[in-house]
Design a protein around this ligand. Structure first.
Ligand code: PLP
Length: 373
């Protein structure tokens, strides 16, 4: 059997990693400015993480959700404390798309409505409902298009209000910063209006923090920069720093009904031990503070160039929009300068490095970019 060929792969084969450095099969080191797509927030091979995962692996890597799992209970408590959502409940699953599916399902169960509003340029994953609320027809099959979804332009408050006033909308789903769509931040007033109108119209307000959460922007959640308080929050990617772990944080007004939601792997023992250690490192190593400081530093020092249209984002979620396709520059960064970056569309370079990145590593990236421009 061969692999189902759905990915564009670079000719790099990583075999080990430490901090923000990845080493490939030939012994070549790379600076990781992409964090495995916003997953490796505490850095590669963090010793506390390795110890926690190794000990759990030797003790009990997995049992399913038919027995007591104190690690899940402890994790929910710690996550509530660190995120400021102590009165919320946590449903655990394995991927961001699964978190989005469950969030939409919880919303629709709650108010008995079917229609969902999503934002243009939004990305929420590739499973059925998640790709239906993603503004990219290329990833939607006819099978996905049966969901009732309305796409509204970011910051189009008038259309959003008109749709919500019908009182027929189950949920609005949005990213506080649109990552895959190009690192665009909706106006805070627009998001606040959505939140207020959702409350007035019995609509569920879902924020997708799968990419932006866990300190990436300098606060635990990106929406906390603008004082939002969503009904449901989707989390994923960096939760267990590379082990598949995701979840849905659910406000107290939602009742859990046995059997409605479920998953085999969600909240497994190994993932929970990893996720607990991620919270430890985030706090102990002050990674949120570092994300803010290093993000500001990068944005200040990314060279001004007629080839660059805009640098945007918050903390260590940065988009550099070029006036030209970025593939050649990213290839040079990778193969000549040995720096891994990400992309959003044709023209936006995306930086999502581990939150433990140092100023010296930021300089390495800045100098490499300068020399290529
Ligand atoms: C905002 C957002 N939501 C959901 C997802 C889907 O997560 P996963 O790939 O783990 O299913 C992603 C992945 O990039 C994402 O960025």
């Amino acid at each position: 059997m061969k692999l189902f060929n759905v990915y564009n792969l670079y000719d790099v084969t990583p075999v080990s990693a430490k901090g923000c450095t990845i080493t490939d099969v030939k012994g070549q080191e790379y600076l990781d400015m992409f964090g495995g797509h916003a997953v490796v927030n505490i850095g590669h091979a963090n010793p506390h993480y390795i110890k926690a995962v190794t000990e759990q692996l030797q003790q009990l890597p997995f049992y399913n959700n038919s027995v007591q799992n104190p690690l899940q209970v402890e994790y929910a408590k710690r996550l509530g404390q660190i995120s400021g959502y102590e009165d919320y409940s946590l449903f655990l699953c394995s991927t961001g798309a699964e978190a989005v599916e469950n969030a939409l399902k919880i919303a629709s169960f709650q108010n008995g409505r079917q229609r969902v509003i999503a934002l243009k340029r939004g990305y929420h994953g590739r499973t059925s409902g998640a790709s239906a609320v993603t503004d990219n027809p290329a990833i939607q099959s006819l099978y996905n298009r049966v969901h009732k979804v309305i796409f509204v332009d970011v910051n189009d408050t008038a259309t959003m209000s008109r749709e919500l006033e019908t009182q027929k909308v189950a949920a609005v789903i949005a990213e506080p910063i649109q990552g895959t769509g190009g690192v665009h931040t909706p106006n805070p007033e627009f998001l606040k209006t959505i939140e207020d109108m959702c409350h007035q119209t019995g609509t569920v307000f879902i924020l997708d923090e799968v990419q932006t959460g866990f300190g990436r922007t300098g606060k635990f959640f990106a929406h906390q920069w603008v004082g939002l308080h969503p009904d449901i929050i989707c989390i994923g990617k960096p939760m267990a720093n590379g082990l598949p772990c995701a979840g849905v944080m659910i406000a107290p007004q939602f009742d859990a009904v046995k059997g409605r939601l479920g998953t085999t792997f969600g909240g497994g023992h190994l993932e929970m031990a990893a996720a607990l250690s991620v919270l430890d490192v985030l706090v102990d190593d002050k990674l949120m503070e570092n994300a803010k400081a290093m993000g500001d530093f990068l944005k200040e020092h990314i060279p001004a160039s007629p080839r660059i249209k805009e640098v945007r984002g918050r903390g260590l979620m940065i988009g550099i929009e070029f006036r030209e396709p970025i593939a050649p520059i990213r290839q040079k960064l990778l193969y000549d300068k040995h720096i891994i970056t990400g992309a959003a569309g044709m023209n936006v370079m995306r930086l999502l490095p581990p939150l433990c990145i140092t100023q010296a590593e930021c300089y390495t990236f800045i100098n490499a970019l300068k020399s290529l421009l």
